[in-house]
Design a protein around this ligand. Structure first.
Ligand code: GCU
Length: 421
């Protein structure tokens, strides 16, 4: 029997079938891509939640003075975050020796505007060794030590991401506006994410972890450091070097990072008080955003997609965020009284812009206790507006998940205001 389509030329029939096949395949791909969007993306769907109090000790006593904050409550909070969220760095049985070597220093970088130092930090003990290669750019024309932005960087320092961009004058290939940073009188220290820990890894046999293992150990314990904590440890070791660099004013170093590196910058600055400021761009889940809002990426998404970013204990709270005795406002508060800047992107719903704002807003309790100016209203500022005149700053830029020139302008305005002598 003749098919009803027999009058259609065979070539055309085939093309039609391919089109149908393509449409189905792309619908399936779209479906897969959106699988991670089975999360709350509308404010009206945020569950009712209660934030753990910042200013009440574990024993139930109110914290009313800076002394009680620094001596009792802040260490309690950092202990909880260490053991339950990011993981603690264990004490190495054999002390880790650290050496610094400036491999190369050249003052002709970016048409002579920058001096670039390639520095290697070497760690070793009898369990092993690991290297961290950082870059330090300072304005060649500076008359003395300069304040520095320490960038937790996605791109490596051994590839060409930190070379000058051939098509964007004043920028590095990875988009960092080094020319503008230098013009404002800052230096830039680049700490790459993957030197000491491999990411998304299922093995912690390489990098820095083995130097801290006990006899017979081959994997971090449930409360021991994951990937983000290792990135933060790298930044603290970079700070050890910066304290010895005569071109750097180590008392004015801001820890800065975007996205996953924003999460790392938060953990870095919260623990290590040598960092004089934190700038967290779209740090989202595990960054400035509140866990208990369960908006966008949540703990369950994070620990299933990236099982080792946090410590293994964190996964126990996936889907049970109400049991987590902390939320991110408490960690942001650990940065106080040092200036803190949080930035969001309006369309970056995965990172929960509103939750990032509320994290920063609620951290204000501690800033105020310490006599500092925090975010004044619980309502987020309008998209495009920036709060830079306070000790906790914030903006929500139109657009999505990236760091744009406009963001850098604000970060540098904020840093300049606070780092002015
Ligand atoms: C993923 C992840 C985020 C992270 C982001 C990034 O989207 O879910 O938590 O911030 O990667 O680092 O770019």
């Amino acid at each position: 029997m003749n098919s009803p389509l027999s009058w259609v030329p065979i070539g055309l029939r085939r093309s039609f079938l391919s089109l149908v096949w393509l449409a189905c395949a792309s619908a399936l791909a779209e479906e897969a891509k959106n699988r991670d969007f089975d999360v709350v993306r509308e404010e009206s769907k945020v569950p009712a939640y209660q934030l753990p109090p910042i200013l009440v000790t574990a024993a139930g006593r109110p914290v009313t003075s800076p002394e009680e904050w620094f001596q009792v409550r802040r260490p309690e909070i950092l202990g909880l975050f260490g053991n339950l969220v990011y993981g603690v760095v264990p004490r190495a049985e054999d002390p880790v020796r650290t050496t610094f070597e400036v491999l190369r220093s050249r003052s002709d970088f970016l048409e002579g505007k920058a001096t670039r130092k390639d520095v290697v930090l070497r760690f070793s003990n009898r369990r092993g060794e690991a290297d961290l290669r950082i870059l330090v750019f300072t304005p060649t024309a500076a008359k003395g030590p300069v304040p520095v932005i320490l960038l937790h960087s996605f791109s490596g320092t051994r590839d060409d991401g930190h070379d000058p961009s051939p098509d964007r004058p004043g920028h590095l290939r990875n988009g960092v506006p080094l020319g503008e940073i230098l013009r404002r009188g800052f230096g830039l220290a680049v700490v790459p994410q993957s030197e000491l820990v491999r990411h998304n890894e299922v093995e912690f046999q390489k990098g820095i972890h083995p130097l801290f293992y006990r006899e017979g150990q081959s994997f971090p314990k449930a409360n021991e450091w994951g990937v983000i904590a290792a990135v933060s440890w790298s930044a603290s070791r970079a700070m050890d070097y910066l304290e010895t660099d005569p071109d750097v004013d180590a008392r004015r170093v801001a820890a800065m990072g975007h996205s996953k590196m924003g999460k790392a910058a938060l953990w870095t600055a919260a623990q290590d008080t040598r960092f004089a400021m934190a700038i967290l761009a779209q740090s989202g889940c595990g960054g400035a955003a509140l866990w208990k809002r369960d908006f966008g990426e949540n703990l369950e998404k994070m620990v299933t997609r990236f099982p080792y970013w946090l410590c293994r204990n964190a996964s126990k709270f996936a889907g049970n965020e109400e049991d987590l005795p902390v939320d991110q406002h408490m960690l942001l508060a650990c940065i106080a009284p040092r200036p803190l800047y949080v930035a969001s992107g309006e369309d970056d719903l995965w990172a929960d812009p509103r939750g990032e704002y509320l994290g920063a807003y609620h951290a204000g309790e501690v800033y105020r206790l310490l006599g500092k100016k925090a975010l004044a209203t619980e309502a987020s500022p309008a998209v495009g507006a920036a709060v830079t005149g306070t000790d906790v700053g914030y903006h929500n830029r139109a657009g999505g998940h990236s760091v744009e020139a406009e963001d850098w302008e604000r970060f540098l305005d904020f840093a300049q205001r606070h780092f002015r002598r």
